[in-house]
Design a protein around this ligand. Structure first.
Ligand code: NDP
Ligand code: MG
Length: 390
C-alpha cells in the first residue's frame, strides 16, 4: 500500500484527489488529511479514509475537530506547526493543495523528507521556486506538477530534451469577463467574478482566472518549474479549455495536450506517474466539438499578465512579493473594499514599492526571508488599497 497525505483535503483539488483514492481503497494507506474551517468535511473524510491524523490550520478549531473525531481512532491536531509536523510524517506521496502562500512551509517540509510532492499549490513555486527545487534536489525528492497546464507541459516533455524546447504555450479560458465590454469591468461583482465558464474550482483561483492573475502566476510557475526563459513562455486565450498547453520544439513541431477540463486528469497523472492508469474523466469527441479557438490575450483586459513578466525581469524574491500583494488585493476585493480592476493597480503599486527594498528582495531565498517579503508586500498592498479608496 502507498502511504499518501493530502494537504488542503477539504478544498476543490483535495476533494478530487480523495475521489481518486476512494476508487482504489486497497491501494492507499492515508497518513494525514489537512483542512481549514471545514471541520465536518475534514473529520468525515479522515474517518472514511482511516487517516492517522486530521489537521486544521486554525488553532481555535481544535476543540471542534477533537469533538468530531472522538472515539474514531483518528488523531486531531491544529495550527501551523501541526501542519508542518504532518508533512514530516513518512509518506510516499503528498498532495500539496492548500491555497495561498500557507502551502509553502508544509511543502518544503515534505521535500526535506524525500517525499514525492504533487504540487497544485502554485503559490509556493511563485514565492520560492528555487528554494523548493533545491530542497527537492538536496533530499532526493520529486516535485510533480498538478496545475493542468504544467501537467500538460510535463507530459509533452516526456522523452524529450529540454534544450530542444523553443517555447511553451499555456492556454487561458479568459475567465468570467472574457467577452465583457472593458468599461464594465470596474463594476464586476464578487459573485460574477466567482463563476468560471469551464472549470469548477475554489473561489480564489476562480477570481484569479477572471483577472488572469492565475495565468500570471502560471507563467512564473512555468519559468520556475521548467527552467525556461520568460521570452519562451506565451499565453493564448482558448475559450474551450480543451488544449491545456503546447510545447514548441526547435524543429518547429508543436505538441499539444488535450483533455476534458477535469482536474482528476492532472491529479491522477501525478498520482500514478510514471505509469498511466485509467481515469474517470470524459473522453473528448473532437468531431462533435468541431472547432477550437485561439487568440492573443488583450493586455488592456488582463494587466496582470504584464506584471508577471515585470516580476521575472526583476528577479530575486519578487515572486514572493507578487504573490503576497496579489493575495492581499484579492482579500480586499472579496471583502468589498476595492473594485475588481483595482486588484491589478494595487498589486502594481505594491510591487513598485517592493522593488525599492533591494536588500530584502535580493537576500538569500530562505523560508524566513520569503516570509519577510510576503509580510511587507501584504502591508504595501493594503496601503495601496487604502490610497485608492481615498
Ligand atoms: P480551495 O479554496 O477549494 O481549497 C483550499 C484548501 O486549503 C482547503 O482545504 C482549505 O481549507 C485550505 N486552506 C485555506 N486556507 C488555509 C490556510 N491558511 N492554511 C492551511 N490550509 C488552508 O482551493 P483549490 O482546491 O481550488 O486550490 C488549491 C490550490 O490548488 C491552490 O493553490 C490553487 O491555485 C491550486 N489549483 C487549483 C485548481 C482547481 O481546479 N481548483 C487548478 C490548479 C491549481 P477549508 O476549506 O477547510 O477552510
Ligand atoms: Mg491552471
Amino acid at each position: 500500500m502507498r502511504k499518501v497525505s493530502i494537504f488542503g483535503a477539504t478544498g476543490s483539488i483535495g476533494q478530487n484527489t480523495i475521489d481518486l483514492i476512494r476508487r482504489a481503497p486497497d491501494a492507499y494507506d492515508v497518513v494525514a488529511l489537512t483542512g481549514g474551517a471545514n471541520i465536518a468535511r475534514l473529520a468525515g473524510d479522515a474517518v472514511a479514509l482511516r487517516a492517522d491524523v486530521a489537521v486544521t490550520a486554525y488553532d481555535d478549531r481544535l476543540p471542534d475537530l477533537r469533538a468530531a473525531l472522538e472515539g474514531t481512532g483518528v488523531e486531531a491536531a491544529a495550527g501551523q506547526a501541526a501542519l508542518v509536523e504532518a508533512a514530516a510524517r513518512p509518506a510516499d506521496w503528498i498532495m500539496s493543495a492548500i491555497v495561498g502562500a500557507a502551502g509553502l512551509a508544509p511543502g518544503l517540509e515534505a521535500l526535506k523528507h524525500g517525499t514525492t510532492l504533487a504540487l497544485a499549490n502554485k503559490e509556493s513555486l511563485v514565492c520560492a521556486g528555487r528554494l523548493l527545487l533545491e530542497t527537492a534536489a538536496a533530499h532526493g525528492a520529486r516535485l510533480l506538477p498538478v496545475d493542468s497546464e504544467h501537467s500538460a507541459v510535463f507530459q509533452g516533455l516526456a522523452g524529450e530534451d529540454i534544450d530542444a524546447v523553443e517555447r511553451i504555450v499555456i492556454t487561458a479560458s479568459g475567465g468570467a469577463f472574457r467577452d465583457w465590454p472593458l468599461e464594465d469591468l470596474p463594476t464586476a461583482s464578487l459573485a460574477q467574478a466567482s463563476s468560471h465558464p469551464n472549470w469548477d474550482m475554489g473561489q480564489r483561483i476562480t477570481i484569479d482566472s477572471a483577472s488572469m492573475f492565475n495565468k500570471a502566476m502560471e507563467v512564473i510557475e512555468t519559468r520556475e518549474y521548467f527552467g525556461v526563459q520568460p521570452e519562451q513562455i506565451e499565453v493564448l486565450v482558448h475559450p474551450e479549455s480543451l488544449v491545456h498547453a503546447l510545447v514548441g520544439f526547435t524543429d518547429g513541431a508543436l505538441m499539444a495536450h488535450l483533455g476534458a477540463p477535469d482536474m482528476r486528469h492532472a491529479i491522477g497523472y501525478a498520482l500514478h506517474w510514471p505509469e498511466r492508469r485509467e481515469l474517470p474523466v470524459e473522453r473528448l469527441d473532437l468531431a462533435r466539438i468541431g472547432q477550437l479557438n485561439f487568440r492573443a490575450p488583450d493586455p488592456a483586459r488582463y494587466p496582470a499578465l504584464r506584471l508577471a513578466y515585470d516580476v521575472m525581469a526583476r528577479g530575486g524574491m519578487m515572486g514572493a512579493a507578487f504573490n503576497a500583494a496579489k493575495e492581499q488585493a484579492l482579500d480586499d476585493f472579496i471583502s468589498g473594499r476595492i473594485r475588481f480592476t483595482d486588484m491589478a493597480a494595487v498589486t502594481e503599486t505594491a510591487l513598485e514599492r517592493m522593488s525599492a527594498e533591494r536588500d530584502l528582495i535580493d537576500a538569500a531565498m530562505t523560508l524566513d526571508n520569503v516570509t519577510r517579503v510576503d509580510h511587507l508586500a501584504r502591508q504595501q498592498a493594503a496601503r495601496a488599497a487604502e490610497e485608492r479608496i481615498g
